[in-house]
Design a binder for this molecule. Structure first.
Ligand code: GDP
Ligand code: IMO
Ligand code: MG
Length: 424
C-alpha cells in the first residue's frame, strides 16, 4: 500500500482528472488538498464526460473514499450543485465522501471581491477564474476565515459573518462604489447548502491517519500546477495556494514522512490560461494548431488556453521543487502529424544561456527559449495502449524528455478516455 501525490507539472490542465480517475481504481482514499472550484478536472469513461471542480476525481471509479482536505477552499453552493450532478449520474456519496471540518468556506463576498479586484487591476489583471479563491485564502491567513465546522452552529456563524461584513461593506461602499451585502441574505443563501453538506463534514485528518495506520492506499489529487504555486510559480501571476507535494501535506494533515510517490503530470506540450509569462508560447499558426487539436479551452471558464512547445527547463525546476519520482505524459496523441516537434532545453536571458529557471518576474519575462528539434510522426497514436505500437520517433521523444529530467514516465496518455493509456 502506498501514499502517492499527483501534481500538475505545468500551469494546470495537464490531465490530472483523467489520471486520478484511472489510478483511483487502485486507491482506498482519493484526497483533494488545495485550491477550490477554480479547478476543472475532466473525466471521460463509458461515453460519459464529467468536469469536477471540488469533488475528488476518484468518485466514479472503484470504491475509494473521497476526501476534501483542510487545505481546500469550498464554495458550499457550488459543491452542492456538484453533489447533485454526481448523484444524478447514479453514483452514491453516502459513507464514502468526507469534507474536512477545517477547510475554509468561500462566501459570496469572496467571489465578488475577486471580480472587483480584477476589474480594478485593469491591464495588470491576473486573469483569475473569478471563483473567489484569492480573497478566501486572504481571509484564512488573516484569521477571519469561516471554516466548514463553523457552518454547523448557525448563531455563531451569523455573528462571524456580521463581523466580517463590517469591513467588507466599508470596502464595497468606499473603494468599489458597490451596494452593501446583508447577513440575512448570506445566511439564506447558505441555508440549503448547509443542510446538504452537514452529514459529510468530519475530522478528515484522523480519518486519513487511521488509513495510514491500516496500510490503506492513499492518492492525493493536486489542482492547478506547480508553475501557479503561490511561492514557486510565476508570482504574481499565480493562484493563492500551494499545488505542490509540500502543499499536499499541509492541505491534508498527512506528514511528509508518509509520502511514497510523487507523480508529476505534464502534457507533451504546454498550455496556460490567464495572464502571466509563458516562455515557450506560440502566438502563430502552430499555437492555433495545438489549441485546435488539443481542444484547449478552459474546463471551468471556457477561455481559450494559450499553447506552446514543451518547456524542459521549467519542468526540471518543477521536478526538483516537488521531488517527483515518476511522471505521466498526457496528450501525446495531440502531437500526431507534426513534421517536427520542438522542446525548449535552455533559456537565453540578457544574452546568457542558462538551464536554471529564474525566479524574478523581470528575468522570466526576458526569457528567449532555445529549442532542440525532434522528428515527429505521421501515423495516429490515438488510443494506443501498448508501448511497442508507438512509432519509434514517438518513443524517442519520450526517452529524450526522460533523459533530460532524469525521471521515468510510468503512464503515457494517448486520448481523453480512461482506457486510452499506456502503463509502463
Ligand atoms: P486537469 O485540470 O489537469 O484535470 O485537466 P483538464 O480536464 O482541465 O484538461 C485536460 C483536457 O485534456 C481534458 O479535456 C481531458 O479530457 C483531455 N485529455 C486528457 N488526457 C488526454 C490525452 O491524452 N489526449 C487527449 N487528446 N486529451 C486528453
Ligand atoms: P486545474 O486544476 C489552469 C489560473 C487562472 C489564473 C490563475 C489565478 O483545472 O488545472 P485563481 O482563480 O486561482 O485565483 O486564478 O490561476 N488557474 C488555472 N489554470 N488550471 C487550473 O486548475 C487553474 N486554476 C486557476 O486562470 O491565471
Ligand atoms: Mg483543468
Amino acid at each position: 500500500m502506498s501514499t502517492r501525490v499527483v501534481i500538475g507539472a505545468q500551469w494546470g490542465d495537464e490531465g490530472k482528472g483523467k489520471i486520478v480517475d484511472l489510478l483511483s481504481a487502485e486507491a482506498d482514499f482519493v484526497v483533494r488538498f488545495q485550491g477550490g472550484a477554480n479547478a476543472g478536472h475532466t473525466l471521460k469513461f463509458d461515453d460519459k464526460k464529467v468536469v469536477l471542480h471540488l469533488i475528488p476525481s476518484g468518485i466514479f471509479n472503484g470504491d475509494a473514499d473521497c476526501v476534501i482536505g483542510n487545505g481546500v477552499v469550498i464554495d458550499p453552493v457550488a459543491l452542492v450543485e456538484e453533489i447533485k450532478g454526481v448523484k444524478e449520474m447514479g453514483f452514491s456519496l453516502e459513507g464514502r465522501f468526507f469534507i474536512s471540518q477545517t477547510a475554509h468556506v468561500i462566501l459570496p463576498y469572496h467571489k465578488l471581491l475577486d471580480q472587483l479586484k480584477e476589474k480594478r487591476r485593469g491591464g495588470d489583471a491576473i486573469g483569475t477564474t473569478g471563483r473567489g479563491i484569492g480573497p478566501a485564502y486572504v481571509s484564512k491567513v488573516s484569521r477571519i476565515g469561516i471554516r466548514m465546522i463553523d457552518l454547523l452552529d448557525r448563531e455563531s456563524l451569523r455573528t462571524k459573518i456580521d463581523q466580517n461584513l463590517k469591513d467588507i461593506n466599508f470596502a464595497l461602499e468606499n473603494l468599489y462604489e458597490e451596494p452593501q451585502l446583508s447577513t440575512d441574505d448570506l445566511m439564506a443563501e447558505l441555508d440549503n447548502a448547509i443542510q446538504t453538506l452537514e452529514p459529510f463534514i468530519c475530522n478528515t485528518t484522523n480519518l486519513l491517519h487511521e488509513g495510514i495506520r491500516d496500510d490503506r492506499s492513499i492518492l492525493l489529487e493536486g489542482a492547478q500546477g506547480t508553475m501557479l504555486d503561490v511561492d514557486h510559480g510565476t508570482y504574481p501571476y499565480v493562484t493563492s495556494s500551494s499545488p505542490t507535494s509540500g502543499g499536499a501535506c499541509i492541505g491534508s494533515g498527512i506528514p511528509p514522512t508518509a509520502l511514497d510517490k510523487v507523480m508529476g503530470i505534464t502534457k507533451a506540450y504546454c498550455t496556460r490560461v490567464g495572464n502571466g509569462p509563458f516562455p515557450t508560447e506560440l502566438l502563430g499558426e502552430t499555437g492555433d494548431e495545438l489549441r485546435k487539436k488539443g481542444a484547449e479551452f478552459g474546463a471551468t471558464t471556457g477561455r481559450p488556453r494559450r499553447c506552446g512547445w514543451l518547456d524542459l527547463v521549467a519542468l526540471k525546476y518543477v521536478v526538483q521543487i516537488n521531488g517527483m519520482n515518476e511522471l505521466t505524459l498526457t496528450k501525446m496523441d495531440v502531437m500526431d502529424g507534426f513534421e517536427e516537434i520542438k522542446v525548449c532545453t535552455s533559456y537565453k536571458i540578457n544574452g546568457k544561456e542558462t538551464k536554471v529557471f529564474p525566479l524574478s518576474l523581470d528575468e522570466v519575462e526576458k526569457i528567449e527559449p532555445v529549442y532542440t528539434t525532434l522528428p515527429g510522426w505521421k501515423n495516429s497514436i490515438e488510443g494506443v495502449t501498448d508501448w511497442n505500437k508507438l512509432p519509434s520517433t514517438a518513443q524517442s521523444y519520450i526517452r529524450f524528455v526522460e533523459d533530460y529530467l532524469n525521471v521515468k514516465f510510468t503512464i503515457i496518455s494517448t486520448g481523453p478516455k480512461r482506457n486510452e493509456t499506456i502503463r509502463l
